[in-house]
Design a protein around this ligand. Structure first.
Ligand code: PMP
Length: 436
């Protein structure tokens, strides 16, 4: 315990305070759906590193692949030559893409870098500049992606000036557009919210002409904006608008990709073809790796020399990615997501339906194992953070999301029925105790 305290205090003193942190404990190890802290405290982990270790911590096959690759080639460098795991990963990814036109890849390290790569490609290919994003979106922390992020001001506050030419429209989700719900001034008794497609069309007429607009970036399920799936029919209409105006549709699946929503990519729920798809997080179960994919015709509008990066598509990360792709098939991961999602969602819906508990709940939503509960704004302050603290006391890690009072649940996609039952028990108990 003394060693744990000393390490924790050292971290608090010497690590940048700008990194927001759920806990100042020190993680020693992770295995499956659990992490163990220095000092021995063990937690059921419903964060898996913010939706990264989708196959659980230290998945044996992924660890084995990493170990083997470390002894073969650590760093090849993409501007020198191809490397085997990189090409093998592409071979595994192609059949899993949401559309057969998506067959040409560029890998990078982080989600933010991949979003930046998509912006560069969209501008280069269309010879246009403006970018439209969704309100509530999160695209990263680099200058470009910070300028595109619309989920919380903390990500951009104090860092101005941001990149120009970024416009935003409301994300289509009724539970969050009712003004009365979230405004302290209930100035209108009528629900005056405007159809989000109309708002997009107005933006293209008033602020960013189609002839200046390169791309629309969308997370099919808002991540840091509250685990909000796009309303039915919306993405199809956006696709039509993009086709009409020669604007590219870019889906940011950094958080929603690789099985998180119950399909390999969330966009499959709506059966819409993106021009560029952005991936990261779950792709390599914790090794740094991200990428973009498009048609060959689109990707190759960028000539040799325009793309690259010292560590981009690192060989060890790609080897981990190959092991992830194999495990997905062998372990029938998507079937488990469906079953465990039902379990968790069932518990949340049950609480929502109860009069005493339900009156504090504004919404239960999400897809697959990307689920959230939003509490009603109350006088007692944030219910979510109190539930989060209670869960931690009881041995379970969960995260909040968005500017609203929302808890999100991102367990490992291969979480066992027993661990999910335990997670549901802790969560239900914590919610009951907090709102009682
Ligand atoms: N896009 C989305 C949808 C994300 O959720 C994130 C990370 N939370 C990013 C981009 C940025 O990824 P990274 O932190 O790896 O740069």
């Amino acid at each position: 315990a003394a060693a744990a305290t000393r390490l924790s205090q050292f971290g608090v003193r010497h690590v940048a305070k700008g990194i927001g942190r759920l806990s100042s404990e020190v993680i020693e190890s992770g295995s499956g759906s659990h992490v163990t802290m220095v000092g021995g405290k063990r937690y059921l982990d419903f964060t898996v590193g913010i939706g990264v270790a989708n196959l659980g911590h230290c998945h044996p096959a992924v660890t084995k692949a990493i170990q083997a690759q470390v002894g073969t080639l650590v760093h090849g460098q993409v501007n020198i030559a191809f490397q085997k795991p990189y090409l093998e990963l592409i071979e595994h990814l192609i059949p899993n893409m949401p559309h057969p036109s998506l067959d040409t890849f560029f890998f990078w390290n982080s989600g933010s870098e991949a979003v930046e790569a998509a912006v560069k490609l969209a501008r280069h290919a269309t010879k246009k500049q403006n970018i439209i994003v969704m309100q509530g979106s999160y695209h990263g922390r680099t200058f470009g992606t910070m300028s595109m992020t619309r989920s919380k001001t903390v990500y951009s506050q104090g860092f101005n000036p941001l990149l120009p030419g970024i416009f935003s429209v409301p994300f289509p989700y009724c539970a969050q557009c009712s003004i009365a719900q979230h405004s302290s001034q209930n100035y209108s008794s009528s629900n005056c919210c405007m159809d989000p497609i109309t708002q997009l069309e107005l933006l293209l007429k008033r602020e960013s002409a189609p002839s200046d607009t390169a791309a629309i970036f969308i997370e099919p399920v808002l991540g840091e904006g509250g685990y909000v799936p796009a309303a039915e029919g919306y993405l199809k209409r956006v696709r039509e608008i993009c086709d009409k105006h020669n604007i590219l549709l870019v889906t940011d699946e950094v958080q929603s990709g690789f099985g998180r929503t119950g399909k390999m990519f969330a966009i499959e729920h709506w059966n819409v073809r993106p021009d560029i798809l952005i991936m990261a997080k779950g792709i390599a179960n914790g090794m740094p790796l991200s990428g973009i994919v498009s048609s060959r015709e689109l990707m190759d509008t960028q000539p040799p020399g325009t793309m690259g990066g010292t560590y981009a598509g690192n060989a060890v990360s790609c080897a981990a990615g190959v092991a992830v792709a194999k495990a997905f098939k062998e372990e029938k991961i998507l079937e488990n997501v469906a079953a465990r999602s039902k379990q968790l969602r069932g518990m949340l819906d049950k609480l929502w339906a109860e009069q005493e508990i339900g009156k504090h709940i504004h919404d239960v939503r999400g897809l697959g194992l990307m689920l959230a509960v939003e509490f009603k704004p109350g006088t007692a302050g944030s219910i979510g953070s109190k539930v989060q603290a209670k869960c931690k006391e009881k041995g379970m890690l969960i995260l909040t999301t968005s500017i609203y009072d929302t808890l999100r649940f991102i367990p490992a996609l291969n979480i066992t029925e027993t661990d999910m039952t335990e997670g549901c028990r802790i969560l239900e108990e914590s919610i009951r105790e907090v709102v009682a």
